[in-house]
Design a binder for this molecule. Sequence first.
Ligand SMILES: *Cc1c(COP(=O)(O)O)cnc(C)c1O
Length: 401
Amino acid sequence: MNTQQIIETEAKYTSGVYSKRPAAMVRGSGAHLWDSDGKKYIDCVGGQGSANIGHSHPAVVRAIAEQAAQLMVATEVFYNDQRAALLEKLVNIAPPQAKINRVFFANSGAEANEGSLKFAKYHTGRQEIVSTMRGFHGRTMGALNATWEPKYREPFAPLVPGVKFIPYDNLDKAAQTIGENTAAVIIEIVQGEGGVRPGTREFVQGIAALAHERGALVILDEIQTGFGRTGKMFAAEHYDIEPDLISVAKSIAGGLPMGAVLISERIRKLDPQIHGSTFGGNPVIAAAANATIEVILQEKLPQRAAELGEYALGRLKRIESPLIREVRGLGLLLGVELKIKVTPVLQALMERGVLALPAGPNVLRLLPPLVIEKGDLDKAMDEIESVLATFESSTLEGSQN
Ligand SMILES: *Cc1c(COP(=O)(O)O)cnc(C)c1O
């Protein structure tokens, strides 16, 4: 199929729930993507954060091919070598203070959160969940309910009752809301979809302490922040908190679908049948995840994200544009809040060969693979500066809101 055929066919038969960009991606390597016309892009979308080790990493490609030839299906009613190795790896790399000693496998971020929410209710026998405004936790009915953005939630009401929202960074509200029926608070350390907003140490530690004081659990959503993104293997390590359940997904398996709940030893034994998944812990995906984690450790990607992230944050902050409201980030999770809508900026960047994401209507978000070359990161930031300059004259007037 040529480009036009690909786009026309997809546009004709796709569900319609995505707003798509006019390019068909057919190849990737490291932090580069190529479309069906052979145009090369610097990829700061990074599969929405699922490509931390870069596209088609050879070690992962090999692991997938070998395991696919060996065994593709072995559900969790049996044991499996790849799954065993992965369980051990995840427990070993989990934030030490969380005292993780078990793992549940799912197939996506939303499913990981579903697991965390169910386990929290099961463990505590309590019914309510406290979540945060601008928090994003996924689009299944349960995870959706803990997601703030009314546009995502409201058309599907009634959802699972019992979620209360508090402002992110408001400990007084947290203290008023977390009560004796609170099973868990669920937070991101950096709100990703909600606009790239790192929580303060005071809030993150404070809300975790409040939850524990009142017998509630702390669910940490590390789906976007995990596996090196923020400059540590997990963002929990920045603030030294003790989450009881950690939801992970996105970059866990080199870009293939997998989610997991990392479970603290503080959670009592979970009983058979209370939860499960046919594909969870699939041996091919587990092999991909084993290879991925080896790559993250060997290539010291958390450290690379910390160094490149600090550099990029400084570089972005030096852009003198009246269109920029604020630059925020942690590691290679970077956000540039604009005073204008971000979509036209993203389109202009794409024409210049740089792919970036939105995080809400006004925030430009960069989630490059952590293996991105410094030169490519520079090029991406140069283009952001240059695109904003072209927008300054034309768009500042009349688009202040
Ligand atoms: C992406 C994301 C999810 C949802 O993950 P899916 O795999 O799309 O279901 C949940 N929480 C956070 C923080 C995310 O970034």
